[in-house]
Ligand binder design. Sequence first.
Ligand code: HSE
Length: 426
Amino acid sequence: MKKVGLALLGLGTVGGGTYRIIKNNHDMIAKSEGVDLQVLCVLEKNEARAKELGVDLSIVGTDIDKVINNPEISIVAEFFGGIEPARTFLIKSLLAGKSVVTANKELIAKHWHELEEAAKKGKAGLYFEASCVGGVPIIRTLTESMQANNILSIKGIINGTTNYILTKMAESGQSYESALKEAQDLGYAEADPSADVDGYDASYKISILSSLAFRTKVPLEKVYREGISKVTAEDIAYGKEFGLTLKLLGIAKMTDGKIDVRVHPVFIPDLHPLASVRGSFNAVHLVGDAVGDIMLYGRGAGDLPTGSAIVSDIVFAATKKKHKYSPFVNSGKHLTDQGFIKDFKSEYYIRMTVNDKSGMLAKITSAFGKQNISITTVTQKAGTDIVPLVFITHETYESSIKKALAGIVKSDGVVSIDNVIRVERD
Ligand code: HSE
């Protein structure tokens, strides 16, 4: 049986889950995969955490050189998160010929090219299934199961915290602030929730996933990003009236040979498969030109679900005869705009507050008309003096909506433009 020496960098939630899987499922993995996984070194400052997990304290320390200089360690799994010291430690490990397995989406999204260069130099593997959508095997699906396809689109609920918040707002009419507080109390959202609610976490993931899907580097800077903090329970309730569900999606589409990649709140039809994904669950909907639609659903975070993806990568790295790298030029150099859509198209939900007086509707629809924006639905609730007015447009350019709204907001009788949310039906 091939003995595979491992180092675990960090024993936090995912590091701990990984250690438990390796311990509990060791014999099953050995029998089915022919590898005897042995944790030989753990970098962790918190001895109490190591004790809690039953890790032999003689293998626990803080010195990366003990990992680099140990010839029996062939795979390094990283759980620190963030850029440093993860970046330096992993580059050292790769150059020393040790394969790296990581859940670190920010590091891969920002420094993939450097890590890959070090992996090639060290003839080592670089695996990051756990970086995108936790336990859901989306990366292996893209790289090992979709070779026959041109991938046309990826749409995903790729952040569980925001999906939890939006589900709470939709199902109990809670405000954004109260749903966020509940997510924080339950440990889904961090005390500083920005990485999740402002869409950074999802933008790292869609940058990685779209690069693999379209077989070309999609740098993080090309991902349009907007979070959920402006969404209100009122918008979600209007959406329900129109048969629409609000989600924060990562979207990557190939349109007329150009890539359109973004993260923002979106209304989707209630009957879209992604609309039924509730709470902290994640899901990714893919369309390939041969296979058609595929959807993967599961836990995008957590100790054992993310640990599941880590251990799968460890087994993959341990059993691969030859490591495979990105199927594109993985460059960190400045890339031109060529290949990326500048002005994307969508349908739009627009909620505004206006004075309730004659001619308002005509004035607003005429301003939309001047930008060639056609309205599908308009709704106005009865009120006194000022009333909410909600429009849904046909598909139009983002730039046209911006131009029309810049004029409308200055019109006499328009009190405020309260929200603009894109609508995607396919
Ligand atoms: N914080 C992420 C989420 C999980 O809420 O989905 C790790 O990317």
